[in-house]
Structure formats: structure tokens, C-alpha cells
Ligand binder design. Sequence first.
Ligand code: 13P
Ligand code: SF4
Length: 406
Amino acid sequence: MVSNLNKTKSKNPTIPITELERSAFCQEETELESKPLFEEKKSKVRWQKIPIEYMRLTPDELDTRIAHSKNILKEKLIILGHHYQRDQIIKYTDFQGDSFKLAQYAASLSKKEYIIFCGVHFMAETADILSEEHQKVILPNLTAGCSMADMAITEDVLDCWEDLNDILDHNKITPITYMNSTAAIKAICGENQGLVCTSSNANKAMQWAFSKREKILFIPDQHLGINTGKALGMKPDDMIIWDPFKELGGNTINSIEKAKLILWKGHCSVHTRFNYDQIKNAREKFKNINIIVHPECTAEVVEHADFVGSTEYIIKTINEGKPGSVWGVGTEINLVNRIAKQHPDKTIFCLDSLVCPCSTMYRIHPAYLCWVLESIEKGNIINQIKVDKNIIHNSKIALNRMLKLN
Ligand code: 13P
Ligand code: SF4
């Protein structure tokens, strides 16, 4: 079935991140202390324009002003934070989680008029889809997108879906989109008997899909797709990659007919920095090390790890580790540093020695949080994320199918 979204082709809601911007915050030192915004703005990324008075506020001034706003808005407000946010944002949040936990929580917050989402665009969109009409979801900096989500644009996914349905008999394939995708892609899945998954339930989502139909189109993270497919016993021949820049995704009709899992050619630029050499070196240095990685890492990294899971799973597993245990972690550095600080009795470090925060998550600077809060106080709602009403219905169906899995 061709989606109604053909009629409402949405423009990409974020500014796609350039290659240069992806590594803009990489540095040698491990301390990621926030600086006044005017200093951070010297890095080569595009930031949302913000009134000049916020640019020079010191951390102490921001503390006072954010605390003041929070106090005034009190019951009407909740601030959510993804685990990759910097510490200087996490300290202002009321609730933290991985993308699944945050989505689930956002769906339960009907009493809060303002949901400030310290995370990235697709997470704020999800909160808007799952919240009620009277609630307002706000993303402090609109340039906080996700480079992986940018790799699947609506038009390309619709073209792929049409091609697949031309080649295969009707009703053979279920679309699954990773949470890290636009609301429009989620709607395509909802409309076509598919669903959303996160890194904490991709396995269940694929099992659900295979119980309904024989093939899956998995968008946009090829690595989460491969890792999950392998965990379900799939062989390399069962999986093909769909490259949106090539005719039939770079495949033949025969290979499409044979494949069980068709994987969109997207990836996370943060997690694909991890490699097998880093694991090998860490194991040489520490005999009893535990290697724990996020499933957005490549199959080679996941194969050589001891534990694999979402950010929430990584936190929980290390929390439960014995005093004195050693952990080499393959995920975003703000989270790794925070876990390390919380466990001085354990040795915890990032497998990548270069410090590379997720450059889009990092754009949520305390000055932006202060700006959106003070604007609400003045009755001026800025940076509200409002998903198109043509997209809400079907994207909610796809999200609710996922929420019912757990
Ligand atoms: P989690 O759902 O594990 O928090 O992952 C979100 C994400 O964007 C990882 O890159
Ligand atoms: Fe997107 Fe990767 Fe950043 Fe997660 S870590 S938000 S997948 S760019």
C-alpha cells in the first residue's frame, strides 16, 4: 500500500548535520565542562540563534536563573533528559532515561503543561505524539537533530517501500523503524502494519513482525538491524542492505526475494567510531575487563563484547558490577564519564580514547534551557515541537504497538 504521506511529504524538520559538525566537539581531554555559550559557539557547528544576553551567562548565573524559572513554573513543568546529555543539563532534569523509558514516561505526563525535552529532535517529536493536545513539548535548541535519523528521508523510504511491494507479493513485509527516525517515517510504519522499536526492544519487535509476515524492512540503523537479526539466528545471506542512493537499493530482484531482513543503510557516527582493536587493547591492558557496548556499534564490536544493550541497560549492568570490576564502554562519552564518576570503586572508561560527544545532543547548552524557560514565564512559547496532524495518527499507532510489546 502506498502511504497517504505521499500527499503530505514533510520537509525534513531538522538541519541535516554535516560531516564536519559530527566531530566538531571531539577533543583530547576527558573533562567536558560547559563554558559560556559564546565560547562554545566558536566550534564549527550551526547553533540556533539565541538572544545575545544569554550568550555570556556564566554557569552560576544560569544556575540561579534556571532554578528561579523552575520554581515559578513548578507543577506545570517537567524537564526530561536523555542519558547522553551533558552533566550541566542532567542536573536540571526531573527524569532521565533511554529513548524507550523517556517515551513511556512522556505518555504518562498528562498533568504537565510544558514538557521540556533535553535530548534530540526525534525524541521530542515522540513525546509530542504520545502527549495530549493541551501539552506543549519544547526542544531547547532546534538544531539538536540526529545524524542517523537524517539518513532516512520520507521520499526515499516511500520509494523503497513502493519498490519492495512491486517486487514482493502483497503483505509479505513489515516495516520497523528505530525510534531514531522522523515522525513521518514512524507514520509510514504505522500505516503499513509496522511498528517502532528502540535499542531495548528491537529483538521483541522483530519477533513480533516475523510472527505476522515473512520479511522485515528495518529503518534506519543497519547495525542495530544486523545485531538484532544475528541474535535471532539469522545468517549473513538472510540480510541485505538497502542503499537509498542506488537503484533497488543496490540489490537484485532475486536477492530481495531471498532476503528475510532488508536493512536501511544508516548508521550512528558516534557508535561506529568503536572498533575491534580498541577492545583488543583494553583486554590486553586489563585481564578481567568487561566490555559493554550499545547495539548501534558494528557487528564486529558487538561480537567481541561481553554485554550489549541500551543506555539504560548499560547503566544498570555497571551499577550491578562488583566493587573493583573493570568496564570498557562503547557508548557516548557524557554517559560514560557520568557512570565513572558515580562509581569511584570501579574502573570505567570509554573504549575510544578521543573524546567525541554526540554533537547534536551536546547542542543543548544550559543557556538554551534558560532561554526557553524564561520565555514560558513571559507567556511566549518558543521551540515547541508540533508534529503535523496528518502524521500524528499513524505514528501513534506504530509507537503504541511498540509500547504494548513491553
Ligand atoms: P537509547 O535508546 O539506548 O538511549 O539510545 C538512543 C540513542 O540515540 C543511542 O545513540
Ligand atoms: Fe543520533 Fe548517534 Fe547521537 Fe544517538 S548518538 S542521537 S544515534 S547521532
